[in-house]
Design a protein around this ligand. Structure first.
Ligand code: NAD
Length: 260
């Protein structure tokens, strides 16, 4: 499916899954805005796309800051003429048992995932509705949108919440041709996951190899990590699927870790 003539904004696109999503959407022909806290890394991804012959721009955006989100979305429309695809991907992980979870850290995790998804959706929808050419909103869920793991209360609660937001946006946006879907990856070896391996080894008093084999990949069908390319290809498919037949759904990309 070609995305020629489409404009995409990807949050958290300076690293990991978001970065690969930006590269893949650009390869399919979309102009891509790389929105991230990390300006220099965002600009580096944009430069890589431009050097390969694509259109891209880096913008600094904290997805929990309404003014910054609105400014980044407005800048996207000003630069490229529209916003057709939003990938609400920015995210972090903080792990603690519930009884010790610092409230400030709970709020930080929930806010980046849920407030960030809400604020970017709100800003993008206004332009999508005004332009009257529909759109595709893709949320970064997780196997943790459907399953639970110890120590991840804030993340699991937020990722479950994203399903609810996506379903409401699917219902409200449907009559205007705006689709909303959630991509739910299993473990992908990005900086977010690399950080968790020693943390979980310490928390459960096991080796790092055991964390990978017995926790992260235990429930997969083949003991394999999901890759950033796997996830980006599903994002590109959802971005290019032009009818409301596929909306309000979650697509789990996890080597069978979760089969919801
Ligand atoms: P990553 O750490 O490689 O990248 C996350 C990016 O988000 C970073 O560039 C960071 O600067 C940016 N970011 C963080 N807070 C931000 C904010 N407030 N505003 C804007 N940008 C911000 O992580 P990743 O593994 O690529 O994760 C991306 C998304 O995928 C997250 O939503 C994560 O929950 C989800 N996910 C990851 C995995 C996995 O195994 N890696 C699995 C399922 C879901």
């Amino acid at each position: 499916m070609s995305l020629k003539g489409k404009v995409a904004l990807v949050t958290g696109a300076a690293s990991g899954i978001g970065r690969q999503a930006a590269l893949t959407l650009a390869q399919k022909g979309a102009a891509v805005v790389i929105a991230d806290l990390n300006q220099s890394a965002a600009d580096a991804v944009a430069t890589q796309i431009i050097e390969a012959g694509g259109k891209a721009m880096g913008v600094v955006m904290d997805v929990t800051d309404e003014a910054a989100v609105n400014a980044g979305v407005d800048q996207t429309v000003k630069q490229f003429g529209s916003i057709d695809i939003l990938v609400a991907n920015a995210g972090i992980q903080i792990v603690h048992p519930v009884e010790d979870f610092p409230y400030a850290e709970w709020k930080k995790v929930v806010s980046i995932h849920l407030d960030g998804s809400f604020l970017t959706t709100k800003a993008a929808l206004k332009h999508m509705y005004a332009a009257g050419r529909g759109g595709s909103i893709i949320y970064m869920g997780s196997v943790h949108s459907h399953e639970a793991s110890r120590l991840k209360s804030a993340y699991v609660a937020a990722k479950h919440g994203i399903l609810g937001l996506a379903r409401v946006v699917a219902k409200e946006g449907g009559p205007k041709g705006v689709r909303a879907n959630v991509v739910c990856p299993g473990f992908v070896r990005t900086p977010l996951v690399e950080k968790q391996i020693p943390e979980q080894a310490a928390a459960f008093n096991i080796s790092e190899a055991e964390v990978i084999k017995n926790i992260m990949l235990k429930d997969t069908v083949d003991g394999e990590f999901t890759t950033t390319e796997d996830v980006a290809n599903v994002i590109a498919f959802l971005a290019g699927f032009e009818s409301n037949a596929l909306t309000g759904q979650s697509v789990v990309v996890s080597h069978g870790w979760s089969m919801h």
